[in-house]
Design a protein around this ligand. Structure first.
Ligand SMILES: Nc1ncnc2c1ncn2[C@@H]1O[C@H](COP(=O)(O)OP(=O)(O)OP(=O)(O)O)[C@@H](O)[C@H]1O
Ligand SMILES: [Mg+2]
Length: 537
């Protein structure tokens, strides 16, 4: 016969009412049905809450109410103190219960927690091992008691015990009672296991989060922004001035000059460093999406809006919102943004609640905004709102002294990343890097060094590891296709110059290093117009 859980519960409750009202004994069948209902209720209590202690107390109350277990407790092993402590109880004085401690192996509960085996004390008054820390039974015993203690096992290891007091009955089936309690203890153990897993996961995420935040802060620390040229030092000064204020900052400069890096540096050196840094690229998103990304939307705001979504303004609350490539923002969104900047509040799309803005704004662009204003593509009023404190990132060609520092920095970074032991950049390659005009700025330099590290098979970056744009670009910056002869020639010149550098201009030793004759080296030095004196330091 199939009986639904709900029907079983209903029936059991009816019997319960009958038993309590008439103070009659349950029939064996009624007692069995009540046990099943208790299992069901225990499962529901454990599954229905994250408050494990509360759920355990309620389970113990059910054991008291329906199974004659007038006093009961769950004790768990505290890893730090190596003691058993009561975490949930029923029928005990709570403040007293909180103070009770058992060592592992001590008394009955301590022994069960140590061995993982249940213990039954049919008559408490006859058991010398029964410590009764709680003193509950110390008072002259009116009635004889039975004590049953079962282990709470997680992964077959005891993590605690479940102990109950019952009225002594000579004909009680102890084995059945122990089995019943063991099932309850197993269900509790399962919930404890899940609780531990959730707790561990939460702790791991918290640790990871703290670690990542620390890492981010270190990464955007000034010491990780490479360069000490005059123009860059000026930028550092401006960042220091503005970081700790709430002022809107507009970052301008060519593509790849390091605007985003500076935006991070401002955030991580501000009072908002512990709050989120949220970026939105105004160029990457289509017009229709940008507003919902910025301001979020309510359920049903448009087709496909299946639930409420927070916008980046809301996500950045307390922190910094970085509006990258602001010059590409469409005019209708510009109007909305202007309103937010003026009134410091907004509504989600399709919503009526006004949301206050507590966000520091940093905007960046590589566009000529003045030109965009003249063309009617960018609103002048928005520009004035953004242009409170402007920092110009100088292009790399205007800070040549930073090129080598950056090249060395990226060399070290990518050599480490790709597991190569490249030690330095050869003099000719340095010359090429120094004379190039870097239209793609630091980003281009970074890419070029990474590529060189990848193709380099020795421990020195040579000129031929650099892309053709640089091979011919000396001074001019023009791109031309190199012939085989010229490429081989450049390669040869490079290698000879490097050998001469190692031998400080000594041709004989350079020849030996390259496994050739001094005469050939002399000839090549003349052909490639290499100045050996340059290496005699
Ligand atoms: N001074 C610097 N020190 C170290 N790395 C730098 C420096 N300047 C720029 N970079 C690196 O160069 C790359 C490009 O920089 P970034 O993304 O900040 O440029 P951008 O000005 O935002 O460019 P775009 O306008 O194209 O978005 C990044 O990988 C950044 O880490
Ligand atoms: Mg950028």
């Amino acid at each position: 016969m199939v009986v639904s859980a709900a029907k079983l519960m209903k029936k059991a409750r009816k019997v319960e009412r009958h038993v309590t009202e008439r103070r009659t004994e349950r029939t064996p069948q009624q007692a069995e049905a009540r046990k099943l209902v208790t299992f069901l209720e225990t499962g529901e209590l454990l599954a229905g809450t994250f408050e494990l202690k509360e759920a355990m107390s309620r389970i113990l109350a059910i054991l008291g109410r329906h199974h004659g277990m007038m006093r009961s407790s769950v004790m768990l092993h505290d890893q730090d103190t190596n003691e058993l402590r009561i975490v949930a109880s029923h029928g005990l004085d709570e403040s007293e219960a909180r103070r009770v401690r058992y060592q592992l192996g001590e008394g009955i509960s301590g022994r069960v927690a140590q061995t993982g085996k249940p213990v039954v004390v049919p008559q408490v008054s006859c058991e010398p091992m029964f410590l009764d820390r709680l003193g509950a039974r110390r008072k002259p015993l009116k009635k004889e008691l039975t004590f049953i203690c079962v282990p709470v096992l997680v992964n077959r290891k005891p993590v605690g015990v479940l102990g109950v007091d019952l009225d002594y009955k000579a004909d009680r089936d102890y084995e059945r009672a122990t089995k019943f309690l063991s099932i309850i203890a197993t269900m509790i153990a399962q919930a404890i296991k899940v609780d531990h897993l959730i707790e561990q996961d939460k702790q791991r995420l918290l640790d990871e989060n703290t670690h990542l935040k620390q890492e981010l802060r270190e990464r955007y620390d000034f010491s990780h922004i490479i360069g000490n040229s005059g123009p860059l030092r000026q930028v550092y000064e401006q960042v220091t001035q503005v970081a700790r204020t709430n002022t809107t900052v507009l970052l301008r400069g060519e593509s790849g000059a390091g605007k985003e890096l500076i935006a991070h540096a401002i955030h991580y050196n501000s009072l908002r460093a512990n709050k989120p840094f949220i970026k939105i690229s105004c160029a990457a998103l289509p017009e229709t999406l940008i507003e919902s990304e910025l301001f979020g939307y309510e359920k049903g705001a448009f087709t496909g809006a299946q639930g409420r979504k927070k916008g980046r303004f809301e996500l950045a609350t307390g922190g910094t919102l970085f509006l990258d490539e602001i010059g590409d923002l469409n005019v209708s969104t510009q109007i909305k943004l202007l309103r937010v900047l003026q009134e410091r509040e907004f509504e989600r799309l399709g919503g009526t609640d006004t949301i206050k803005v507590n966000v520091r704004l940093i905007a960046a662009t590589n566009k000529n905004i003045e030109q965009a204003i003249a063309n009617g593509e960018f609103r002048e009023d928005l520009y004035y709102r953004l242009n409170v404190f402007t920092i110009f990132m100088p292009p790399l060609r205007e800070r040549k002294s930073d090129v080598l520092l950056l090249a060395d920095h990226f060399l070290e970074k990518y050599a480490r990343e790709h597991g190569k032991s490249i030690k330095r950049i050869s003099t000719p390659a340095i010359d090429m890097l120094a004379s190039y005009h870097w239209p793609g700025n630091v980003r281009e330099l970074e890419n070029i060094i990474e590529r060189a590290v990848l193709v380099c098979e020795t421990n020195v970056i040579h000129g031929h590891h650099l892309p053709p744009t640089l091979q011919t670009a000396e001074g001019s910056g023009t791109v031309t296709q190199l012939s085989l002869e010229a490429t081989v020639g450049a390669f040869e010149r490079d290698i000879i110059m490097d050998a001469l550098k190692t031998t400080r201009g000594n041709r004989k030793r350079a020849a030996k290093l390259l496994k050739t004759t001094e005469r050939i080296i002399g000839y090549k030095v003349r052909v490639h117009e290499i100045d050996c004196n340059r290496f005699r330091t």
